[in-house]
Design a protein around this ligand. Sequence first.
Ligand code: 13P
Length: 278
Amino acid sequence: MFADTKDILVNAQRGKYGAAAFNVYSLETVQAAIKVAEMENQPVIIALGERYFPTVDVEGFSAMVRAMAEKASIPVSLHLDHAYEKESIIRAIRCGFSSVMFDGSAYDLEQNMRLTKEIVDIAHMAGVSVEAEIGSLARGAFSDEEEGNGTLTDPTSAKEFVAETGVDFLAAAIGTVHGMYKGEPKIDLDLLERIRQVVDVPLVLHGGSGTPDEIVRQAIQSGICKINVNTEVSMAAVSHLQTYFETREMVHLSTVMADMQQSMEPVMTKFIKLFSGK
Ligand code: 13P
């Protein structure tokens, strides 16, 4: 069924598990995410980043995801990931996204609060929930996200930010990166615990790819309810496609697409199992 991201996260918060938010860009990525979530009987968040707006028909995509969600046996929500422009957020709200992320992490705290509050007011009028971020993630290897400066979230600012903006969930920067880690991951779980003590809303962990399983498990115990995954799924599909083309003489696009979907499913399943505690 088509679901509200907030409901998925509130349930995850109560049940102390994590909901997977997979970044998607095509029919196959959406099909893979919904299929594995149904097989594992877990909710799933379909996340489309603003950065893919130039190549994706957003209204058509939303209608497609909503139709597929309605048929699904598990809750499926549609989330706008990392949006920097108010216009993109309004566009996503208009065409039926369940939640939006306004990323004002590049601004100072005051301005991030002011801009986020403006988005929260608009989104809440339409019944759409909002994620925001303070602190920011650095970019690791193989990611196509924006380069952040890797500033960790300050708990006092997080408390003020949530109280002032009325945001529904908060992305906390605790040392994960977008993409694969270039060295040893340095993830500050004590910091997450301190943020959790002063913030009630569900917390979001960006940069699921490459993050050690044990860290993910502990982060979920310390209040992370949604974990974003992009790079590892992309890497699995890209490496599969490379071998695919190298080892075949004749390829037809229809089979390439079907095979590409299959190559993403085991990675998505691995994450869903990990996040659900199975
Ligand atoms: P990864 O690419 O590291 O999985 O991170 C995805 C993400 O956080 C998208 O918002």
